[in-house]
Design a binder for this molecule. Structure first.
Ligand code: ACM
Ligand code: ZN
Length: 773
């Protein structure tokens, strides 16, 4: 009996220590994005060390392996070696299997070795990217991390993409981004197994590619008068004689370097050379390219409609474009050249004798057919060079060029129609593929295009439209995110809009539909975000935000606030007053009723801890709440707010001026009376306003408050003057007018509209709310 006890203890300890060292591998340990096609997890692991060898064949395999080797060197402090011989154990081997699809790979991991089997480089690159994501997040560290275990679980992954086109477009024209940022973006695309980077190199606001035959394209066209301090759409028309100082361009050498770097990561660079519109920069450089040789400056900002376009009648336009294409194809080996084709306002073509002659000579019945002639003629030239064209979906109008691939941006309709006609299609509908749209509530986000593409919406996208036949679906090459850069002024801002939405899109384009699930994706996302932290990528945390919407019950004088999040059944918790969000926060279940001024804080919780930014709002009650408002100047039918009580419902308009709270006046002043319905003692009136100069919304230039007891005789109690000032942001502002305490019943507020913007446009005045205290 006495010896039994120690034996039992030893046995128990053995079990324990085994359990500790032999951690059971489960699917939770595998957080790959995009999700692989098939995964079999086994027990055990492969351990990386300075003894680990990469067995490669030839220089390109060596280059592929060196990416991961470099990561070990930087983050782990040891350097696996390259070898051409197979050691006994502890090695990663590349195996060729010519029967596999081009981008497919098979990853087999056991204690002794790792094998990546693929047809060629694309599969080897993706196999290594998967190993990278199977390693601890610390592999992305830029300094040595000693605490990490450099091991990956034994498993077999069989993987290949659903779509062959998995793209991102960067707009280098609206704001210029240099070679370094493009190279960084290529790394980040590869990490998500994306394979296309479309560079938008030509647009009105800047020509960004060196063309040796036409030096003025970059001497003149790459530079604009700097109006970066003003909102994009509020910028003034530039004088062609004023020298541009904002801009830049990529030389042919730089572009070739980018192409080479991308190719080593299985990424194709697609150049976009816009025509016939979005080319003011070219016309600023060479006015003879336009119908009337008009001299224009490179626009500094928003331009609409786009009427300064290439003349479709002059032969010299085509000579110019063919010469440009000749240089473009020496830089980009891609199968495709994107020729744009979008948003041409063809009023000049209707007036130009050369364009009219062209139409007559070719039996073209309208300007759409002339554009179709233009595109078809350029297609023929580009085809003769062994390349194919891509155009935005406008190229369908007036008849599609015979070999053209359509990039569908105005929804999926153009793409669907093109596929019906037997053309290849790339789906990049604005909703949800335009990453210049907001991804979270506008109050919390940097200024963006005024529409909404949150992470969840991107994840739920599918490039194949339900109504397509299998044959039509077969024409869908894939999809693409587009980041237009009107509001994107620097790399950090660009990263913010791209990540993590690109991760969601990568899974849409790589993984099968059946293999995709939002909840499962969001469980894998935090690991990727930790990697982005190590890499210093300024990704958005918007998906983790809580948003609130309020409904006023004017009879009961109650505001009911609903809290929401992008996640299904989110664990949202909140506190009231000056408490902080912690484990004592209340779990949100139903709308929260408010009867008095209260601070509300809310956060998403994961594992009983708050994550993301804390949502904070003060629900402000005031003496005007729910009382009658008399409008001496009526608000616009387009912005009616919450109706006749909208100005005094305590729910505040946000930076999203379509949020249904704002009342607005076009050119007119606002003149309204709040009837407190009985005499009340007041000393302050606060007027909430919005300015978004890009949207034509301006702060009032003056606000006056008057009070009365009989609604006939008013006495002015305060006035604020606020002269116009250039403002690049969208901004909420409260104008506060304090006065000596008075007993009054009627409060009249007069807000003066700017009336005309410096650009000459009619201005809007937006108001919500009028708080009386
Ligand atoms: C586009 O957004 N004009 C293609
Ligand atoms: Zn013309």
């Amino acid at each position: 009996m006495r010896i039994l006890k120690p034996i039992f203890i030893v046995f128990f300890m053995t079990v324990l220590s085994n359990a500790y060292s032999q951690k059971i591998n489960t699917e939770k340990d595998i957080q790959l994005i995009p999700k692989p096609k098939q995964l079999v997890i086994r027990q055990g692991k492969f351990q990386f060390s300075n003894e680990t060898k990469f067995v490669v064949n030839g220089d390109s395999q060596k280059e592929i392996a060196s990416v991961l080797i470099h990561k070990f060197e930087t983050a782990a402090g040891f350097r696996p070696e390259i070898s051409s011989k197979i050691p006994k154990k502890n090695f990663i081997q590349f195996k060729v299997d010519a029967t596999l699809n081009k981008e497919a790979y098979l990853l087999d991991v056991n204690e002794k070795n790792i094998t990546i089997t693929a047809k060629g480089n694309a599969g080897f690159i993706y196999g290594l990217e998967s190993i990278r994501q199977l390693l601890p997040e610390a592999i992305e560290s830029k300094s040595i991390i000693t605490s990490a275990k450099w091991e990956i679980p034994n498993l077999t992954i069989t993987d290949e993409p659903r779509f062959q086109w998995r793209g991102l477009m960067l707009d280098l024209s609206r704001h210029f981004f240099d070679k370094n940022y493009v190279i960084e973006t290529i790394d980040r695309l590869a990490m998500l197994k994306m394979n296309v980077l479309h560079l938008h190199l030509v647009d009105d606001q800047g020509w960004r590619i060196e063309i040796k035959k036409y030096p003025k394209l970059t001497e003149v066209g790459a530079w604009r008068v700097d109006q970066e301090n003003a909102a994009w759409n509020a910028r003034l028309v530039t004088n062609p004689d004023e020298k541009g100082t904002y801009g830049g361009f990529l030389t042919q050498e730089e572009l070739k370097e980018i192409v080479k770097y991308a190719a080593a990561k299985n990424i194709e660079i697609i150049p976009e050379i816009e025509m016939p519109a979005h080319v003011s920069s070219a016309i600023a450089a060479y006015p003879e390219l336009a119908c009337f040789n008009q001299r224009i400056g490179v626009p500094s900002g928003g331009l609409w409609p786009i009427t300064d376009i290439y003349c479709a009648g002059k032969e010299t336009t085509f000579e110019f474009l063919q010469n440009v294409i000749d240089e473009v194809i020496t830089i980009f080996p891609s199968k495709y050249i994107h020729i744009g084709g979008d948003e041409a306002t063809k009023t000049n073509w209707d007036k130009c004798p050369n364009c009219q002659k062209r139409m007559k000579d070719n039996g073209l019945k309208d300007a759409h057919e002339l554009q179709s002639y233009f595109v078809k003629r350029m297609e023929k030239y580009i085809n003769s060079k062994g390349k194919k064209i891509i155009g935005w979906d406008e190229i369908l109008e007036g008849g599609l060029a015979p070999e053209a691939t359509v990039m569908s941006w105005r929804g999926t309709k153009g793409g669907t129609e093109a596929a019906k006609q037997g053309h290849d299609v790339i789906m990049s509908p604005e909703s949800p593929c335009y990453f210049n749209f907001y991804q979270g509530p506008q109050n919390e986000e940097p200024l963006a295009f005024d529409a909404y593409n949150p992470l969840n919406k991107v994840y739920e996208f599918d490039p194949v439209v339900d109504t397509m036949t299998p044959q039509e679906a077969g024409h869908v090459l894939g999809g693409q995110a587009n980041l237009w850069a009107e509001h994107i002024t620097n790399p950090k801002a660009s990263e913010y809009m791209i990540f993590p939405r690109l991760a969601a899109l990568s899974e849409v384009l790589w993984s099968s539909k059946e293999n995709r699930n939002w909840n499962n994706f969001t469980s894998r996302l935090p690991s990727l975000l930790k990697r982005y932290d190590y890499l210093g990528i300024n990704y958005a945390k918007s998906a983790y935000l809580v948003t609130a919407s309020a409904v006023a019950d004017l009879d009961k004088k109650v505001i009911n606030v609903t809290l929401k999040n992008e996640f299904q059944n989110p664990d949202i918790r909140y506190v009231l007053g000056d408490k902080s969000i912690d484990h004592q926060a209340i779990k949100y279940v139903n709308p929260i009723p408010f009867k008095e001024t209260t601070v509300l804080k809310a956060s998403l919780f994961q594992n009983d801890k708050p994550i993301g930014k804390t949502f904070t709002d003060t629900i402000v009650f005031h003496k005007g709440f729910g009382h009658k408002v008399n409008y001496l100047t009526p608000y616009s039918e387009s912005y009616k707010g919450d109706g006749p009580f909208g100005m005094v419902n305590t729910i505040r308009g946000s930076k999203n001026f379509h949020d249904g709270q704002w009342q607005a006046w076009l050119v007119n002043d606002m003149e309204i009376i709040v009837d407190l319905e009985k005499v009340q003692s007041i000393e302050k009136v606060t007027i909430g306003t919005l300015e978004s100069q890009g949207a034509g919304i301006y702060f009032p230039t003056q606000i006056k408050v008057l009070v009365s007891n009989d609604s006939i005789n008013y006495k002015e109690v305060g006035k604020i003057m606020r002269p116009f000032a250039v403002n690049v942001n969208s901004e909420l502002k409260e104008f506060k007018i304090n006065f000596e305490k008075r007993d009054v019943r009627f409060v009249k507020v007069i807000a003066t509209n700017l009336k005309k913007s410096p650009r000459g446009d009619s201005s809007w005045l937006f108001v919500d709310e009028i708080l009386v205290n």
